[in-house]
Design a protein around this ligand. Structure first.
Ligand SMILES: N[C@@H](CCC(=O)N[C@@H](CS)C(=O)NCC(=O)O)C(=O)O
Length: 87
């Protein structure tokens, strides 16, 4: 249900904490990548999303297209819209 989602973030970022709390509140199992600890994930974010800015939610759409969603409030609104009814 959430395999198409992953969050690029780092531990101490307050906007990332907000998003991680929303993920916990919604009881979602979403892969979380710390870009300060993983060069590979940092590169993926820069290459894919275009900026080294966190949080960023990677959304793999059907047919291989990928959306990179920046902005904590937008990410939280998206997750609540997608999953609130399901949890
Ligand atoms: N308005 C953004 C702010 C995000 C933000 O400022 N993140 C910092 C880390 S705490 C960052 O990645 N800054 C790098 C940049 O803005 O390029 C949000 O709510 O997600």
């Amino acid at each position: 249900m959430t395999q198409h989602l992953s969050l690029y973030q780092f531990e101490a970022c307050p906007f990332c904490i907000k998003v991680r709390r929303a993920i916990a509140r919604l009881n979602l199992d979403i892969a979380v990548h710390d870009i300060n600890r993983s060069k590979q994930h940092e590169e993926e974010l820069i290459q894919g999303g275009g900026r080294r800015k966190v949080p960023c939610l990677r959304i793999a759409q059907p047919e291989d297209s990928v959306q990179w969603m920046y902005e904590s409030s937008e990410i939280i609104a998206y997750l609540e819209q997608e999953f609130r009814a399901a949890t």
